[in-house]
Write a protein that binds this ligand. Structure first.
Ligand SMILES: [Zn+2]
Ligand SMILES: [Zn+2]
Length: 184
């Protein structure tokens, strides 16, 4: 065997919650030293090599090997990285925006407005983000703006329009489009 974890490395790995079998599994895929983890680089890659490794454990091990936290900066322990549902991706270049991103910020990568500017079905104002800054209505997709305006005319409450639209089937939307066109 050319390489193997040192006694110290083995003990550290055990302290991170790894079993002897899992440590042996590392060796089987060619991970024999702390530096090898640096080559692996991220949790997904490590779990791709060793599928039965728990995500939290994989992250703890990598954080040790890489010497920095992969998760939230204030918490270097076994914290599972979960993709935030609110993550914002630039509409121009697809770059994920940083955690402290606020609606209206420019893309960190390409410098354009990261989010689309949407019009408010309720008050007619427009702006970036998910909610109207003027009246607080939740924006609907650009293609459904006319439908939302029509629902407003039909007397649907402001906070119910986005969920009403989201719950509609394609057929119901077509029907609603028909009514929108008749009124034009
Ligand atoms: Zn961009
Ligand atoms: Zn508004």
């Amino acid at each position: 065997m050319a390489e193997a974890f040192t006694v110290l490395e083995t003990n550290i790995l055990k302290s991170k919650g790894l079993s002897d079998d899992q440590i042996a599994a590392f060796s089987n895929v060619g991970i024999n030293s702390r530096d090898d983890f640096k080559t692996v680089g991220d949790v997904a890659t490590l779990r791709g090599l060793i599928p039965d490794l728990e995500e939290g454990t994989a992250q703890t091990v990598l954080e040790w090997a890489l010497g920095h936290s992969l998760g939230s900066p204030t918490n270097g322990t076994a914290k599972v990285v979960v993709e935030s549902p609110d993550a914002v991706y630039c509409i121009h270049c697809g770059t994920k925006q940083p955690k402290d991103y606020e609606s209206g910020d420019l893309c960190i990568s390409c410098g354009k407005q990261a989010e689309p500017i949407l019009s408010c079905y309720w008050c007619g104002a427009s702006g970036p983000g998910r909610f109207c800054r003027n009246c607080g209505a939740q924006f609907v997709p650009m293609g459904e703006l006319d439908l939302a305006i029509h629902l407003k005319r039909e007397g649907i409450a402001k906070d119910q329009i986005p969920s009403r639209l989201a719950a509609m089937s394609e057929a119901e939307k077509e029907d609603l489009w028909g009514r929108v066109r008749r009124l034009r």
